[in-house]
Design a protein around this ligand. Structure first.
Ligand code: BES
Ligand code: MN
Ligand code: ZN
Length: 489
């Protein structure tokens, strides 16, 4: 995809498709140009009330207007004062759907005309690029009939400001990372298993000189005493793995930022088996891992001067004669013991040993990303990622990265008050609390393993995906990428 920036001149456009933004209460430059070039057409459309300014409405004008583009789309934008980031993204999503339908190879977007209050042209260009390129993604890998490839090859932003190269590149790389995470998420568990994730990681390391990869197998985990991780993996015929990807963009001695992704390629619940209805959704229980790969891919393309280590804790939670029983007590890598009350609370078990493992990197920060609890979906629904941290500054940085990339999180508490729920008569902890505050007790369990560094936990069970039709969202690749880019500046 070629992406460029041009100064707006609506009479000189070479693009096939021009989007004309139409507000209820103010004429944009593109609409004014259309009115000037084709006054009779616009007059009659206005008289017939055939042009709608309602947000998201589309009026295509093909071959009628006296403008050089063969195809015009008048896109309704509502009232100028109501036009928010949400409206901006909705408008770009409408645009990409219509651009696909129009079979145009190039599109011109007067981006300054739809700037939400408080946002810069650069922000709009970055977000529009990400939204356009993620809007073109279509899952078809396991279908015999492949999706029609899009013919769109050129996006031209019409903008007063011309220093937009970085914004375009950032949006593009974020989109590539997001689409990678979505594809890995959407693949079924019989294809995307721990070995597959390891292969994908090797491919990423092969593609970039800055990335090295190491894969830790179960034999090594046994040596390291990762009793909690192995208790999850032992019920499956597929071996679990810890994948370590190192992006070396900074100085050799510079402390790395570590991302740890939950990579349960399938979560049946184990002996505490899940209900049949909707169990297929648990192929998405590796979206934390997918977001780590997606973020590293974006970072590898953008090459900021920082060191990042992506760690993927991947296994399958299955049922077998060798599976862990409720009530089993295991010893974690840090020597603490845990009574496994519910084998379906497996994410925290694979993560706790992985979080102990990453201490050796002397990290600047550690962020784990996990589809950890159904409770966060009850609490925050599908719009906000739950953001926990043992360091308020780190939490604030992630919330601000989320706001800036419009991949938003919301702060959650890690108060000791909730901790009594994890007490066990037989071990140092039990692996589940009561039903109340289920996402918080899960985070508190993890906090027992992260006391030696600055740590945050993102519960993405609600935001990583929300319906079978839409599939994986690729969140929070944008938030994480923005967080890391900001650390380099
Ligand atoms: N992977 C699930 C959490 C989940 C639920 C993700 C719904 C996406 C959508 C996790 O392993 C799990 O099963 N959690 C249990 C914990 C409970 C047993 C304490 C849950 O949330 O019900
Ligand atoms: Mn589970
Ligand atoms: Zn799970």
């Amino acid at each position: 995809m070629k992406i460029t920036a041009l100064r707006p001149d609506f009479t000189q456009l070479e693009q096939e498709l021009l989007t004309v933004f139409y507000f209820e209460d103010q004429d944009t430059a593109s609409f004014t140009a259309l009115k000037q070039q084709s006054p009779t057409l616009i007059d009659s459309l206005l008289k017939k009330k055939a042009l709608s300014a309602k947000l998201g409405s589309v009026t295509p004008l093909i071959g009628h207007a006296n403008l050089p583009c063969s195809h015009l789309l008048v896109i309704g934008c509502g009232k100028i004062a109501d036009f928010s980031e949400r409206s901006f993204i909705a408008t770009i999503k409408t645009l990409v759907v219509e651009a696909k339908k129009s079979v145009s190879t190039s599109v011109a977007i007067a981006i300054d005309e739809i700037k939400p209050a408080q946002r810069s042209t650069r922000w709009c260009v970055e977000k529009a690029t990400e939204t356009l390129l993620t809007g073109l993604y279509q899952y078809d890998t396991t279908k015999s009939k492949k999706a029609e490839p899009s013919v769109l090859t050129h996006i031209a932003y019409l903008a007063g400001e011309q220093d937009l190269e970085l914004a375009m590149q950032t949006g593009k790389s974020m989109a590539h990372g997001i689409n990678l995470a979505r594809e890995l998420g959407n693949l079924p568990a019989n294809i995307c298993d721990p070995t597959f994730l390891a292969e994908q990681s090797v491919n990423l390391a092969d593609a970039y000189d800055e990335i090295d990869v190491e894969i830790i197998e179960e034999a090594q985990m046994t040596e390291m005493g990762m009793g909690a991780f192995l208790a999850v993996s032992q019920g499956s015929d597929k071996a679990g793995k810890i994948i370590v990807l190192k992006y070396n963009g900074g100085q050799a001695g510079q402390k790395p930022h570590v991302l740890v992704g939950k990579g349960l390629t399938f979560d049946s619940g184990g002996i505490s088996i899940k209900a049949a209805a909707g169990m297929e959704e648990m192929k998405w229980d590796m979206l934390g891992a997918a977001s780590v790969l997606g973020t590293l891919s974006a970072i590898a393309e953008l090459k900021p001067a920082i060191n990042v280590i992506g760690v993927i804790a991947t296994a399958e939670n299955m049922v077998s004669g060798g599976a862990t029983r409720p009530g089993d007590v295991v010893t974690c890598m840090n020597g603490k013991t845990v009574e496994i009350i519910n084998t379906d609370a497996e994410g925290r078990l694979v993560l706790c040993d992985t979080l102990t493992y990453v201490e050796r990197f002397e990290p600047a920060s550690v962020i784990d990303i996990a589809t950890l609890t159904g409770a966060i979906v009850v609490g925050l629904g599908h719009h906000a990622t739950g953001v926990y941290a043992n360091d308020e500054q780190l939490q604030a940085k992630l919330l601000s990265a989320g706001l800036n990339s419009w991949d938003r999180g919301w702060p959650m508490p890690l108060w000791d008050d909730y901790k009594v729920d994890l007490e066990s008569p037989y071990a140092d902890f039990r692996n589940v609390g009561s039903r109340a505050g289920g996402s918080i007790t899960a985070a508190l369990y993890l906090s027992e393993f992260t006391q030696n560094y600055s740590w945050a936990h993102l519960d993405i069970a609600g935001t990583g995906w929300y319906s079978a039709k839409e599939g994986a969202t690729g969140r929070p690749v944008a938030m994480l990428t923005r967080y890391l880019l900001d650390r380099a500046e």
